[in-house]
Design a protein around this ligand. Structure first.
Ligand SMILES: *Cc1c(COP(=O)(O)O)cnc(C)c1O
Length: 233
C-alpha cells in the first residue's frame, strides 16, 4: 500500500466515525470540521492529505509548523495552531495560522493582536479552557472562572476575532462528563458573544464523545496519520 492509499483509507475511516457520531447525536456532519493534526509528519503527508480533500491542518510546535506551512504554501489549506504558544513564537505563527486554538492568557492575546495588526492579518482565537480537576499538575488552559474575561479581551483586541473555545479531555478520565462541562462553558460564551460558536474538542480517541457534546472542530492526528514517535522537549 502506498502512503497515499494508507492516508486515503484512514481519512475514510475518520470521516465515517465523524458521520456516525453525528448521526447518533442528531447532528449534521457538515457542522463538524476535521482538523488534521500533522505534527511529527512531513510536509509530503500534508500535501497528500490536501489532495485527498483535507482543508484544515493543525500543528502544535512553531519550529516544525513554520517550515511545513511554507513548503505547502501553494496548497489551499487553513492552518490551525493547537499547542502551547510562547510569546516569542507569535510573530512566526501569525504568518501562517488563521486559527490559534490555545489562547490561555492575556499576554498572549496582546502579543497575537500586535502581530496580527502589524502583518495585516486577522487571527481567529479560541480560548483554551482547562477541563482538569483544580490543582492537578501540567494543566493547560484557563480556569473556567477566567474564561469570560479572556474571551472579552479577545473581542476588543485589534486584528483578532473570537472564534469560541477549545479543550483537551483530562488524561486518564472519562471524556464525556468533561466535554459536557465544556458545552456549558461554550454556551456561557455564546450568551455574551453570539457568533463565537466554535467548540474545538475531540481527538482520535474521543471524537465521538466530543461530537455528542457539540464539538464543531475535531483535531485528529493518530487516526489519520498513524502513531507518532515520542518527541522530547
Ligand atoms: C496531538 C494533538 C491532537 C491530536 O491527537 P491524536 O490523539 O493523535 O488524534 C489534538 N489536539 C492537540 C492539542 C494535540 O496536541
Amino acid at each position: 500500500m502506498t502512503r497515499e492509499e494508507e492516508l486515503a483509507a484512514n481519512l475514510r475511516d475518520v470521516r465515517e466515525r465523524v458521520a456516525l457520531a453525528c448521526r447518533q447525536a442528531g447532528r449534521d456532519p457538515g457542522e463538524v470540521t476535521l482538523v488534521a493534526v500533522t505534527k511529527t509528519f512531513p510536509a509530503s503527508d500534508v500535501r497528500l492529505l490536501s489532495g485527498l480533500g483535507v482543508t484544515d491542518v493543525g500543528e502544535n510546535r512553531d519550529q516544525e509548523a513554520a517550515p511545513k506551512a511554507a513548503a505547502c504554501g501553494d496548497l489551499p489549506l487553513v492552518w490551525h495552531f493547537v499547542g502551547a504558544l510562547q510569546t516569542n513564537k507569535v510573530a512566526s505563527v501569525v504568518r501562517y495560522a488563521k486559527f490559534v486554538h490555545s489562547v490561555d492568557r492575556p499576554r498572549l492575546v496582546e502579543a497575537i493582536s500586535r502581530e496580527a495588526v502589524k502583518q495585516g492579518r486577522e487571527v481567529t482565537c479560541l480560548v483554551q479552557v482547562s477541563l482538569d480537576p483544580p490543582g492537578s499538575s501540567g494543566r493547560s488552559g484557563v480556569e473556567p472562572e477566567d474564561l469570560l474575561a479572556l474571551a472579552d479581551r479577545i473581542t476588543t483586541a485589534p486584528g483578532l476575532r473570537l472564534g469560541g473555545i477549545m479543550a483537551v479531555a483530562p488524561l486518564g478520565a472519562d471524556p464525556a462528563p468533561a466535554f459536557e462541562r465544556l458545552a456549558g462553558y461554550a454556551e456561557k460564551v455564546r450568551t455574551v458573544h453570539s457568533d463565537a460558536g466554535i467548540i474545538s474538542a475531540g481527538m482520535s480517541g474521543d471524537l465521538k464523545e466530543a461530537i455528542a457534546c457539540g464539538a464543531t472542530h475535531v483535531r485528529i492526528g493518530t487516526a489519520l496519520l498513524g502513531g507518532r514517535r515520542a518527541i522530547v522537549g
